[in-house]
Design a protein around this ligand. Structure first.
Ligand SMILES: NC(=O)C1=CN([C@@H]2O[C@H](COP(=O)(O)OP(=O)(O)OC[C@H]3O[C@@H](n4cnc5c(N)ncnc54)[C@H](OP(=O)(O)O)[C@@H]3O)[C@@H](O)[C@H]2O)C=CC1
Ligand SMILES: Nc1nc2c(ncn2[C@@H]2O[C@H](COP(=O)(O)O)[C@@H](O)[C@H]2O)c(=O)[nH]1
Length: 330
């Protein structure tokens, strides 16, 4: 067994960050921006590349308003024109791909037509795979200018191998998602120790990491940054908005939206290798307000960290308070 796995396992609810002396007069002075690839974004948050979280309208709004986005890959035939439409609007294009044979033809088509997305994410459940490594090499050969994220992975060994293959960033998180049943169906993953997995991966990463899955509170974003994330991917907490793709459903006078896993029966249209479920999440109004609140809370985190920007969070002490931080206040 690798030494890494003798380290203590912990998750978001088991950790509190320790305040340091503040140096800013107002939280408004805290800078939450993050450079990812060649662009700088307002906050280190990206909505999950899931069909229940993002669609083209939301992608356009996010790109126009200084947020990072990754379009999902579940309408493959629309991706080529999506890139064109984003570029026609003067916006960056960020798409997802899988690893099936047809995806190689799609990469060829992009290269031949010079319809080049600024960002590509390889979105596969088990990213530490020879087939993902093959796809990374292919994309970097054909589309060297695209910033390439590869995932999802769970171990330092996977970070090293995907980075060595040419990935510009890696995405950590196998099984911590709200709509996930991977941990129950396969016995594998980072469910319950996602934050510790991120920490391990960050020890060896030489390129940016995206923490993906398991975010349940805004403070978990700061915790992800503390343990090495450049970007935090969020599904369930961003799926319940006016702009989110799911339908509004009213139950006992309360509004909800549908949230379904990318490996759910709903998404796949068949019960085969299902590792996700469909659920309802509370309706939360406009995503604009949620993103502003995330930014304000992160500004507060920076103030508690005793700094002016996200780097200050990366250096703070932390305490492991196993299962106690909510103190029964659920
Ligand atoms: N982050 C996470 O924890 C997880 C995320 N997901 C999401 O669900 C979506 C669909 O995932 P899924 O249908 O499982 O796979 P993918 O659609 O990602 O398929 C990937 C390819 O890899 C093959 N493969 C081999 N072993 C595995 C494995 N253990 N898990 C997945 N694929 C494997 C598949 O073949 P074959 O189908 O014939 O086996 C397929 O050709 C993706 O968007 C993914 O991100 C799914 C599970 C976990
Ligand atoms: N095991 C599964 N994981 C999935 C599935 N669909 C998406 N995902 C992952 O979850 C995160 C979002 O997590 P959340 O806790 O913020 O809701 C997403 O980015 C994927 O990595 C699935 O069907 N099964």
């Amino acid at each position: 067994m690798s030494n890494y796995f003798s380290m203590e396992a912990f998750d978001y609810d088991d950790i509190q960050l320790v305040p340091s002396k503040g140096i800013i007069k107002s939280r408004r002075d805290a800078d939450t921006s993050i450079k990812f690839g060649s662009r700088t974004f307002k906050i280190p948050v990206v909505p999950a590349n899931m069909e229940s979280v993002i669609n083209e309208d939301l992608a356009v709004w996010l790109a126009e308003n200084g947020y990072y986005y990754v379009m999902h890959r579940f309408q493959p035939e629309k991706r080529f024109d999506f890139i064109k439409r984003m570029h026609d609007k003067g916006l960056f294009a960020s798409i997802s791909v899988g690893i099936k044979d047809s995806e190689y033809q799609f990469i060829d088509q992009l290269a031949e037509s010079q319809n080049i997305p600024e960002y590509i994410t390889i979105d596969v459940a088990h990213g530490h795979s020879i087939y993902v490594i093959k796809m990374i090499k292919y994309i970097k050969e054909k589309l060297p200018e695209s910033f390439l994220t590869a995932g999802n992975i769970a171990t330092p060994e996977a970070v090293r191998e995907l980075e060595n293959a040419g990935a510009d960033a890696t995405k950590v998180g196998v099984g911590p998602g709200k709509a996930c049943i991977t941990k129950l169906k396969t016995g594998f993953g980072t469910g319950g120790w996602q934050l510790a997995a991120l920490r391990m991966c960050s020890k060896v990463a030489s390129k940016p990491l995206i923490a993906d899955g398991g975010i349940r509170h805004n403070g978990d974003i700061a915790k992800s940054v503390r343990f090495g994330a450049s970007m935090v991917m969020i599904g369930s907490m961003l799926a319940g908005h006016e702009e989110s793709p799911g339908h509004i459903i009213k139950i006992d006078g309360k509004n909800y939206k549908q949230y379904w896993g990318s490996a759910s029966e709903v998404q796949k249209g068949a019960y085969r290798n299902v590792e996700g479920k469909q659920m309802l999440v509370p309706y939360r109004g406009s995503i604009k307000d949620t993103l502003v609140e995330m930014q304000e809370d992160l500004q507060s985190s920076i103030s508690y960290a005793g700094g002016r920007d996200l780097n200050s969070i990366r250096k703070v002490d932390y305490v492991i308070v196993k299962n106690t931080i909510m103190n029964g206040d659920y």
